[in-house]
Design a protein around this ligand. Structure first.
Ligand code: GTP
Ligand code: MG
Length: 228
């Protein structure tokens, strides 16, 4: 099951956020951006289909679905420009194309811890997939306590004038990691005005992430025993 996290911006919404793009008044830059945006979306669709197919294969073969569900999102143009600002890059199409690897993102929520590697390995060993970036926040959690496996892969998208390699960001995490990340994100967002308020609960939040990890490890042990 693939859920659309936010509505994909339509042409009007994209246009209204494009004022910041250097050269947006020239149709050429604008057209390049729109074409690339659609290409990235197509890349995420390709990855989603690959993951769905792998999940079905595991279901048939092992009677177990590694994937609980997936969520995709396209980064809104306004967020792309914000990110360029943060990276101190010029707001040009080339900057987006060359430096932002998460225009399209897909989040894969797995049932068990070991499913993360199962899915990641099966996907990245496919002959048309290249891993561009890998960050293992599971074996090396972030200071906040955040855990997930982050990949950026390149997948060919077949366009009218041929195939083009397209980056897609993939975040893989268990149901427990997703629960923690979603709620922690909400806490942070709610207390946006005063970051100190969240810092105060840092130890507690890190502790919960660890506890959830313990629970998920134990649940997986039970699952393995039942399978044998
Ligand atoms: P950019 O993607 O370029 O910003 O840098 P990056 O890839 O180094 O960023 P990172 O690997 O930290 O991943 C960023 C994404 O991971 C965010 O958009 C969140 O979805 C998620 N994330 C990272 N850290 C946290 C955290 O502490 N809490 C929560 N809830 N999510 C996090
Ligand atoms: Mg990112």
């Amino acid at each position: 099951m693939i859920l659309q996290r936010d509505n994909i911006p339509n042409l009007d919404q994209i246009s209204s956020q494009m004022g910041e793009l250097v050269g947006a008044e020239t149709t050429e830059e604008f057209r390049k951006f729109i074409a690339y945006y659609q290409q990235c979306q197509a890349g995420a669709n390709e990855i989603g289909t690959k993951l769905d197919n792998l999940d079905s294969e595991y279901q048939m073969r092992d009677n177990h679905n590694p994937i609980h569900h997936m969520e995709t999102r396209m980064k809104a143009p306004a967020s792309l420009f914000k990110k360029l600002d943060k990276k101190q890059l010029p707001k040009t199409f080339d900057s987006i194309h060359d430096h932002i690897l998460d225009v399209a993102g897909i989040r894969v929520i797995t049932n068990y811890l070991s499913d993360i590697d199962t899915v990641a390995d099966a996907l990245t060993s496919q002959s048309d997939i290249t891993v561009l970036k890998r960050k293992d926040y599971i074996n090396h959690p972030k200071p906040s306590g955040y855990r997930s496996l982050h990949l950026v892969v390149s997948v060919p998208v077949f366009r009218t004038d041929g195939p083009v390699d397209t980056p897609v960001e993939i975040q893989l995490r268990t149901v427990g990691m997703d629960m923690w990340a979603s709620l922690e994100h909400k806490l942070r967002y709610k207390t946006d005005v005063d970051p100190d308020k969240v810092v105060k609960y840092g130890d507690q939040l890190r502790g919960y992430a660890k506890e959830l990890n313990g629970i998920e490890t134990n649940l997986q042990t039970i699952f393995k025993k039942l399978q044998d």
